[in-house]
Ligand binder design. Structure first.
Ligand code: CA
Length: 364
């Protein structure tokens, strides 16, 4: 190699180093990256942790569990990569900026979809109700007598969406590191596809949430939370009218505020519910019990819940800042919930996963 060649090569190396440095600075500045951007140091997708997979006890037989969490049964999942945190406002904004994606809550409601999910004979809602809107939590002014009537604390709010999670008068300024909310299952899937990821199955989510602790009631172990024993952003006080905010937050909190679980995952209990890929069936665990170890379940082919016979329902896990001991205690890893895939609410978000072999392929 002559001097001129060496000089050209040196400049090439310098340029390559500068380009690499610019990329790193850009990444750190924006704090997001589609899955194709990989960290060599971590040997895996940036912002994700390796969940080793294995056999575990899914569901619970504990008296604290709801009927749809029972009985406990053995399940095995393959290893996979999982986002360390819920998808943040900054990450979702990056997706929308590039794709110009319009979320479900930003579109007018389709009357045929409402009627499809309603009992036969239900009259069509008036046109003025069919505007872009989402459900916003509103505390009641006094204790409630009937917890089955959700309309006491959920308001159908025109103008509420991921940019205005509490309605038109609210915004997400200064909340880049908060979990995005008011996203439907369809929105979550669209983001995941863009990022080269997918939503977790319910089994993957629950295995990951347990953080290597098998058959424990909480993601941190055995000790129940209290106003002084704080592990997660949940509701403290009397739901739905008095939230003491003893954990520092009466609504959502920035990701990474509370300690991670044994796998290094944040907010696998509380803060916001997280969409899973599975259809929700209220009696799924009863169907599985007695059939040995269930291997990598992907969920049933359709949803079933007699309380909502006309609605398709997808699984949500993790509970939220609204989960109170005085109400549902659904911030436990075995807890589950079914929700229509077109629903946005102020306590619903998501995180993504990548299958083990895909993640390793991308990390090279
Ligand atoms: Ca709280």
């Amino acid at each position: 190699m002559n001097k001129s060649d060496r000089s050209r090569r040196f400049h090439f190396v310098q340029l390559a180093a500068l380009a690499a440095a610019a990329f790193v600075v850009s990444y750190l500045a924006f704090g997001y990256a589609p899955a194709v951007f990989k960290s060599k140091r971590a040997a895996g997708p940036i912002g994700m942790v390796w969940i080793p997979g294995g056999e575990f006890i899914m569901g619970t037989d504990d008296s604290i569990g709801w009927a749809d969490e029972k009985p406990a049964h053995r399940v095995r999942v393959d290893g996979f990569w999982m986002d360390q945190t819920d998808v943040t406002n900054a990450q979702f904004r990056a997706f929308v900026d590039v794709t110009h994606y319009v979320t479900t809550a930003e579109k007018p409601v389709e009357v045929k979809e409402i009627l499809r999910q309603s009992p036969p004979g239900t009259p069509a809602p008036p046109a003025e109700k069919l505007v872009p809107a989402a459900l916003v939590f509103q505390p009641t002014s006094a204790p409630v007598k009937d917890f089955r009537d959700f309309s006491q604390w959920w308001r159908w709010t025109p103008g509420a969406n991921w940019r205005h999670p509490e309605g038109p008068g609210s915004n997400i300024d200064g909340k880049d590191d908060y979990p995005v909310v008011q996203v439907s299952w369809d929105d979550a899937v669209a983001y995941a596809n863009w990022a080269g990821k997918r939503l977790p199955t319910e089994a993957e989510w629950e295995f990951a949430a347990r953080g290597g602790l098998d058959n424990k009631p909480y993601v941190w172990g055995d000790d129940p939370p209290s106003d002084t024993n704080i592990h997660a952003n949940i509701w403290q006080g009397e739901f739905p009218y008095k939230n003491t905010g003893a954990d520092g937050y009466v609504r959502t909190s920035p990701v990474r505020t509370f300690p991670p679980n044994g796998f290094g995952l944040y907010d696998m209990s509380g803060n916001v519910w997280q969409w899973c890929s599975d259809w929700y069936q209220v009696d799924l665990h009863r169907q599985r019990a007695g059939h040995g170890v269930i291997d990598n379940p992907k969920g049933p082919e359709k949803s079933f819940d007699p309380r909502q016979p006309y609605s398709p329902l997808r699984v949500q896990k993790g509970g939220s800042f609204l989960c109170a001991d005085s109400y549902c205690t659904r911030y436990r890893p075995s807890a589950r919930h079914g929700c229509t895939p077109d629903t946005g609410m102020s306590h619903i978000g998501f995180r993504c996963v990548i299958a083990g072999d895909e993640g390793m392929k991308n990390s090279k």
